[in-house]
Design a protein around this ligand. Sequence first.
Ligand SMILES: [Zn+2]
Length: 248
Amino acid sequence: MKITEHIYVVGGGKWGFGISHEIDCNVFMIDTGSGLVLIDAGTGLDPERLDANIESHGFSVKDIKAVVLTHYHGDHACGAARLQTLSGCEIYAPELEAQAILTGDEKATSVALAKGGLYPADFVYPKSAHVAEVKDGEMISIGNLVLKAYLCPGHSLQDMVLFAQIDGKNCLFSGDFVFAHGQVLIQCLPDVSLSPYAEAMRRIAKLPIEAIFPGHGVFCLENGVSFVEKAVESFDKGLLPQQLYYFT
Ligand SMILES: [Zn+2]
C-alpha cells in the first residue's frame, strides 16, 4: 500500500494490515530515488507475499539497497537474510544486537522461547552474510534518504528508532519502541529494561515527530509526537504505558 509519495507498507500480519504472513511486523518501504530501503523485514515466512507487495508498486526485490532492522526479534529481523541474498543489500541493525542477527542466535533474540508458540516449532533464525552495526546518532544515507538512528533500550536490548524527513514530513519509524496511542510492548524477556525504556521515551519525545510508523498496528501521519508524550506521561507517574492492544 502506498502511504505517501515515497513511503509504502509492504508487509504486516494480524497485528497490522494483514498483507503478509500473520506474525510479520509492519514492513515499510522507502523509495530513495536510488533504490529501496526497507524498515524491518518480517519473519521471512511466506516470503512471496512480501515480494508480490513490492512488485505491485513496480519495483523488484533486487532494487533493495538496505534493510534497516529496528531490533533483533524474529518477526522483524528474520526476513532480512533472504533479502540480502537476493539483492546484495546491506543489513543495518543496532550495535549491540547486530551480532545476534548475523549469527542467528535464537537464545539472545528470544526466538528459542517462542518456538512452538508464536513461531512454528521448526522455525529457524537465519544467519546473515553481513550486518552493519549502527551506533547511536549515526546517519544512514541511501539515495535521497537520510535516517538518523536513536538507540532506545527497553523493549529489547537496544531497539533502534529512525528519524527522517520524507515527503516534507518529519517521520519516525518506531519499531516496537512505541506504537499508536502511546502503547508499548513489555514482554517477560531477559533483555527488557524499564528505567532505560522511560529515559529513552523522554529523549524521543523531544523530536518534532509528525508521521509515526510503528512496527505493529496503525501508522499516523500527523502529531505522532503526542503518542510518545502519552507514554512519557505514564512513565513519569511511575506507571507502565498501556500494553499494545493486540497482545493483551
Ligand atoms: Zn519486538
